[in-house]
Design a protein around this ligand. Structure first.
Ligand SMILES: Cc1cc2nc3c(=O)[nH]c(=O)nc-3n(C[C@H](O)[C@H](O)[C@H](O)COP(=O)(O)OP(=O)(O)OC[C@H]3O[C@@H](n4cnc5c(N)ncnc54)[C@H](O)[C@@H]3O)c2cc1C
Length: 386
């Protein structure tokens, strides 16, 4: 007889782990099915930025709720998420500075510690930065980065203490529905029954959606990052930065600096492509940009570079909610920014699944049916990824 579970979550990335954790908080024992190992997808490659600066309220609220977890991890989850406070700076082109100010006002209304600072202030915070191409930035003194694999493992450990189950090396090959209701999944380890199945399969989530006949707009998004060794002239560290003028972000990690680019992230590739190496040309472009912002980086050296795949949607916002057969839920399409929001997304998804609506943050704007209804989530910047 196939085993029967209350809830099956497909994917042991940070999203599946967070949902399993929050389900356990409600006394529901979820089973997480993972085709490879914990953090094998985008999560294991994530840059781990933890900041609240967003141009939509739903994102900022999800990031802010999640921030409470990152800052109080031991008490709220247990184990360690590796949160490191570096301060966060959002740099924008002069054309976007009114939008930046409006966003900071929105963040302050939510309660997020943030303020608008000038380019001279940025120079005081980070003396090695060149600040000639912008006038204003947003500053979040409490923000920084965390360790995605540690975060995910800690969430899963806590979930398992609460009765959750994790099956690794378990590829979901089919989803079974009868009379419009989910009844379970087929996997390489056998069939499992459950009335609720959650698709948290990241870049592979489009494949899972098709297993229930859903053809939602959904793509894969490739993103490369590199670590460079910082020369001593830059000092012991620097803030975490999203840098719109240079279409780049970067953050410190010990004596290294991690760099990612906002442009040149290909869509539509197989998520099973090589991620151990960055694409040709990425390192050269990234080095040029980081040297423009931090000229001393010319004395730095390349440490390593690799890539990863996430799921992306047309408005670069996740699909959160139910669609298709009764009992089928989506927690996917995190579009390159779903690490920092995972603690709150899992909380909201658990509320939605168990109570019919999320109350911690209203995530109804992110419902999977929005595209067929012509609704797109739009902020006052542009889509971050090009
Ligand atoms: C290089 C890179 C840098 C990033 N940097 C940041 C950042 O700084 N800050 C931020 O907030 N976000 C960042 N992101 C985005 C963030 O990492 C992702 O949004 C997040 O990790 C997505 O988590 P997930 O659980 O949805 O997906 P994943 O981590 O991809 O997990 C999905 C899991 O599902 C499994 N799976 C797939 N299909 C099946 C199947 N059929 N059966 C069983 N299991 C299956 C996969 O093996 C995988 O482990 C970055 C992403 C990348 C790629």
């Amino acid at each position: 007889m196939p085993e029967t579970y209350d809830v099956i979550i497909i994917g042991a990335g940070v999203q599946g782990a967070s949902l399993a954790f929050h389900m356990a908080q409600h006394g529901v024992k979820a089973t997480v099915l993972e085709k490879q190992f914990v953090g094998a997808g985008a999560t294991g490659r994530s840059s781990g930025l933890v900041r609240m600066h967003y141009d939509t309220e739903v994102d900022a609220r999800l990031a802010w709720e999640s921030f409470q977890y990152f800052c109080n991890w031991k008490e709220m989850v247990g184990g360690d998420c590796g949160f490191t406070r570096t301060g966060f700076i959002q740099i924008v082109n002069p054309a976007l500075q009114d939008m930046l100010k409006a966003n900071v006002t929105m963040h302050q209304r939510i309660g997020i510690p943030t303020l608008v600072i000038t380019a001279e202030d940025v120079k005081r915070l980070a003396p090695a930065f060149s600040v000639t191409d912008f006038e204003f930035a947003a500053y979040e003194p409490e923000s920084g980065y965390a360790m995605p694999s540690d975060t995910t493992n800690a969430l899963l450990e806590a979930a398992r203490r609460g009765g959750a189950r994790l099956l690794q090396g378990c590829l979901v090959t089919g989803i079974v529905a009868k009379n419009g209701k989910i009844t379970g999944v087929e996997t390489t380890l056998g069939d499992y029954y459950a009335p609720i199945v959650v698709n948290a399969a990241g870049a592979w989530a489009g494949q899972i959606n098709r297993m229930v006949g859903l053809d939602l707009p959904y793509d894969t998004w490739r993103h490369d990052t590199m670590f460079v060794r910082r020369p001593a002239e830059i000092g012991p560290s620097h803030p975490t930065v999203i840098d719109f003028p240079k279409e780049m972000y970067f953050r410190p990690e010990g004596r290294l600096t991690l760099v990612g680019l906002e442009d040149g992230n290909p869509l539509g590739e197989s998520p099973d492509s090589d991620t151990d190496h960055a694409k040709n040309g990425f390192v050269e472009r990234a080095i040029e940009r980081i040297c423009q912002r931090i000229p001393y980086m010319e004395k730095g050296g390349l440490h390593s570079a690799h890539g990863g795949y996430d799921g992306i949607t047309p408005d670069q916002h996740p699909l959160l909610g139910t669609v298709g057969p009764e009992g089928f839920y989506l927690d996917c399409g995190h579009s390159g920014t779903g690490f920092k929001t995972a603690p709150a997304v899992g909380c909201c998804m658990a509320e939605l699944i168990l109570d019919g609506a999320s109350k911690t943050v209203d995530i109804s704007a992110l419902a999977p049916g929005r595209f067929s209804e012509g609704r797109y989530v739009k902020g006052n910047y542009h889509n971050i990824w090009k």
